[in-house]
Design a protein around this ligand. Structure first.
Ligand code: NAD
Length: 296
């Protein structure tokens, strides 16, 4: 089994590390939070006081961190991964970060002689605990084939999206589409209600017509038609507005640097930024239906 350093043991990282432990790997963890380190030890991992100590004996380094700036500091800093990892170690960053930083850090990894992939996830905390995350992976074919068996105990689907940064590109394109489709579904329900249409009736029509999409049939923003959707639980996340706001910010950075034309993406980013700035970051992102109806 493999010696894996795991950096960033938060809501996502800890259950992911626990699934690697359950698969028989040795986990050497680091997090700034002493509580997070203690939680890893309670599950059978070892915790270290610095990044350098955690990675020194590792064949693979996995990170699950909040932002691109933190990922860059953890990998490229003086006490960081690149200066302290074993030669030949594989690097896997599963954080959701901007495409440009992902490409930049992968380039630095190459300059230090390491293979690195970006491997952001979808599936949330539930998927992390169940080991059913979807991984979107960017990097060379050989780095992807080395990373796949490490990702396997944490995921149900692992897709190679192309060169470095393409995993992050796939993630933000998907989430921009998700934001737009959730707003579209919400507007349709709000208009239907204003016209006297019953929610379940509209659902039964649209779910079997050309309006069908995941935001409608798996994550319906009105209570009733899809019993598991957060709308039935007072819009508790689920996928919080704050996280959607973060991902749309990354998408809009990528739009600007690529010069793409995404008017709907911009509007979706503005709507979720408004919701977040008004203090609703902890509301599930499907709560946008209430924001659009003027009820939030
Ligand atoms: P979190 O805030 O719960 O965990 C982040 C952890 O990183 C914390 O424990 C923090 O102490 C640690 N950390 C911060 N700076 C550090 C450093 N310099 N060195 C070591 N540890 C450090 O966040 P999360 O929900 O676990 O999210 C992690 C990543 O996963 C983010 O990029 C997020 O966008 C992405 N993501 C989250 C979800 C979700 O549903 N929570 C879903 C998909 C993707």
């Amino acid at each position: 089994m493999t010696n894996i350093a795991f950096i960033g043991l938060g809501n996502m990282g800890l259950p992911m590390a626990n699934n690697l432990l359950a698969a028989g790997h040795t986990i050497m963890g680091f997090d700034l939070s002493a509580d997070a380190r203690a939680a890893l030890v309670a599950g059978g991992g070892s915790a270290f006081e610095t990044v350098a100590d955690a990675v020194a004996g590792a064949d693979v380094v996995v990170s699950m961190l909040p932002s691109g700036a933190i990922v860059k500091a953890v990998y490229e800093g003086d006490g960081g991964v690149f200066k302290n990892a074993r030669s030949g170690a594989l690097m896997i960053d599963s954080s959701t970060i901007d495409v440009a930083t992902a490409r930049d850090v992968a380039q630095e990894a190459k300059a230090h002689g390491f293979d690195m992939v970006d491997a952001p996830v979808s599936g949330g905390v539930g998927g992390a605990a169940a080991g059913t995350l979807a991984f979107m992976v960017g990097g060379t074919a050989s780095a992807f084939s080395k990373a796949s068996p490490v990702l396997d105990p944490m995921g149900a689907k692992i897709v190679h999206c192309g060169a470095s940064g393409n995993g992050q590109a796939a993630k933000i394109c998907n989430n921009m589409l998700l934001a737009i489709s959730m707003i579209g579904v919400s507007e349709a329900f709000n208009l239907g209600r204003a016209l006297g249409l019953d929610d379940q009736t509209f659902y039964d029509v649209a779910a079997n017509a050309s309006g069908q999409c995941w935001s409608l049939t798996s994550y319906c923003p009105v209570p009733g038609p899809v019993p598991t959707s957060p709308a039935n639980n007072d819009y508790q996340p689920g996928f919080a507005t704050a996280l959607m706001h973060k991902d749309l910010g990354l998408a809009m950075e990528a739009v600007a640097s690529a010069g793409a034309n995404t008017p709907m993406g911009h509007l979706a980013a503005d709507i979720y930024a408004g919701m977040n700035d008004e203090g609703h970051g902890n509301v599930d992102f499907s709560g946008v239906i209430k924001k659009l109806a003027g009820e939030l």
